[in-house]
Design a protein around this ligand. Structure first.
Ligand code: SF4
Length: 269
């Protein structure tokens, strides 16, 4: 669940990118690479985004949801976990890192520190060493140790089940809270907005925003609440496999007939 543009509390647009690089970065290209590409390709593809007549028409949104459900039946969270605590830690580690990398790291981490109690008692250097390859490991070690301490001190060792309480955990913003509340507890209080959901929502003209909180609010308005959890899983899978950041595989896309993105690499209409 890589976030390219992020601070501790979520995605933010950097101040020092030009328009072309910023667009690439929002679409999921790492910032340094986006800058290099924009420099090398100053006349990048002109966007036709916004060319759908009524992009938020209920029948169009319903068709997108139907196509996603048919393409990814029974989709689940790609982060390996066996309880709410493991999912919380894995999601914190997934910031600016691939789920595949996180899944490589968490078995040894949870073997060494299997409970919030054990992780709260761990030293930061021990945690840092185990999560080093996920990037930003010092901040992430502080977050998971701090989250373990809050879970122990304030919630009797149980990951809380409300957004307000989840946001008390260090390193947990709305995205992580939505992942845990939705995927583990089955509580739909919002839509997970990671880099894939952001990029695809913009390409499909479901939002024009670039701030995750605003994108989430846009999606909440048009997606039925009983689809909030699965919709984000489906978009994340679609973003990884088909609608990838630089060269979307539009010829293989089940949403192609509904999509008028300027980023398309192939079009039937
Ligand atoms: S048609 Fe292309 S740009 Fe549109 S959603 Fe599919 S892969 Fe993405």
């Amino acid at each position: 669940m890589a976030n390219v543009l992020s601070n501790k509390k979520g995605l933010v647009p950097p101040q020092n990118l030009g328009a072309a690089a910023l667009k690439l970065a929002i679409d999921g290209v790492p910032v340094a690479k986006a800058k290099a590409i924009a420099k090398a390709e100053p006349t990048s593809q002109k966007s036709r985004s916004g060319s759908t007549k009524k992009p938020l028409a209920p029948e169009r949104v319903a068709a997108i949801l139907d196509a996603l459900r048919r393409t990814y039946p029974g989709v689940v969270c790609a982060l390996n976990h066996k309880d709410a605590w493991e999912l919380t830690v894995a999601t914190i580690l997934s910031a600016q890192c691939t789920d595949v990398r996180v899944n490589l790291v968490t078995p040894a981490l949870f073997k060494a520190f299997p409970t919030p109690n054990a992780m709260a008692a761990a030293s930061l250097p021990e945690l840092e060493e185990l999560i080093r390859t996920t990037g930003f490991f010092r901040n992430k070690a502080k977050s998971i140790k701090g989250a373990a301490q809050v879970v122990m001190d304030e919630f009797k060792g149980q990951v809380p089940q409300t957004m307000e309480e989840m946001l008390r955990l260090p390193g947990v913003a709305r995205k992580t809270a939505n992942v845990v509340l939705g995927s583990w507890y089955g509580i739909a209080v919002g839509v997970v907005v990671d880099t894939h959901v952001m990029r695809l929502s913009r390409r499909l003209e479901l939002t024009k925003n670039i701030m995750p909180e605003k994108v989430e609010q846009d999606l909440i308005k048009i997606i039925p609440q009983n689809r909030w959890i699965t919709f984000s899983h489906e978009l994340i899978h679609h973003g990884r496999q088909i609608c990838i950041a630089r060269t979307p595989r539009c010829a293989d896309c089940s949403l192609e007939s509904l999509c008028n993105s300027g980023d398309k690499t192939w079009a039937s209409h």
